[in-house]
Write a protein that binds this ligand. Structure first.
Ligand SMILES: N[C@@H](CS(=O)O)C(=O)O
Ligand SMILES: [Fe+2]
Length: 174
């Protein structure tokens, strides 16, 4: 993990702990994805019945939030699901995803989320599903949740990086 990525996860963690949710899209948008930054944290479950792999980067105490890296096999999707009592932000680190948003079981929008894009959903917006439409390439996404209970597709954590050392020594500016 690069220093830059470590600072991103640290800053996201602080924003979740302080419930400064407005900062989260800003932090995610400010980061430009580089594979070498997060390569070591994106471990794929090669079992063919696994549509996407969940790697846990951070699980905050007191239900304050969770950060994961998800790896999507080609032409694989999540089932339609809600995010009860949670905000959900998704940043595309590699490839692209299609997001379908539903209200009252009706499809209300289909969005392409491209490399470095950030999407956001909560239950007042609707339910959603994500689809990696590529037939050749995997997609990788960073998910930030404002609570710890977003395993909406019952896909277990594959690799747990919960003990990331996020202690950051910053140079003091003046
Ligand atoms: N919320 C899903 C991924 S997605 O389809 O937003 C999960 O964390 O497994
Ligand atoms: Fe989701």
């Amino acid at each position: 993990m690069s220093a830059k990525f470590k600072i991103l996860i640290h800053d996201l963690s602080q924003a979740l702990q302080n419930k400064n949710y407005n900062e989260i899209p800003y932090l995610l948008n400010s980061y430009n994805s580089l594979i070498s930054d997060w390569n070591t944290l994106s471990v794929e479950n090669l079992n063919s019945n696994c549509k996407y792999t969940r790697n846990n980067l951070l699980n905050l105490p007191n239900n304050l939030g969770q950060i994961l890296i998800l790896i999507w096999k080609s032409n694989c999707n999540s089932n339609v699901h809600f995010h009860p009592n949670s905000e959900c932000w998704v940043k595309v680190l590699n490839g692209k995803l299609e997001e379908n948003i539903f209200q009252d079981n009706k499809l209300i929008s289909t969005n392409s989320i491209l490399l470095n894009d950030v999407s956001h959903i909560n239950d007042s917006i609707g339910s959603h599903s994500m689809h990696n439409r590529s037939l050749n390439n995997r997609a990788v996404t960073l998910h930030v949740y404002s609570n710890n209970d977003n395993n909406n597709n019952n896909i277990e954590i594959f690799k747990n990086f919960q003990n990331l050392d996020l202690h950051i020594y910053r140079k003091k500016i003046n």
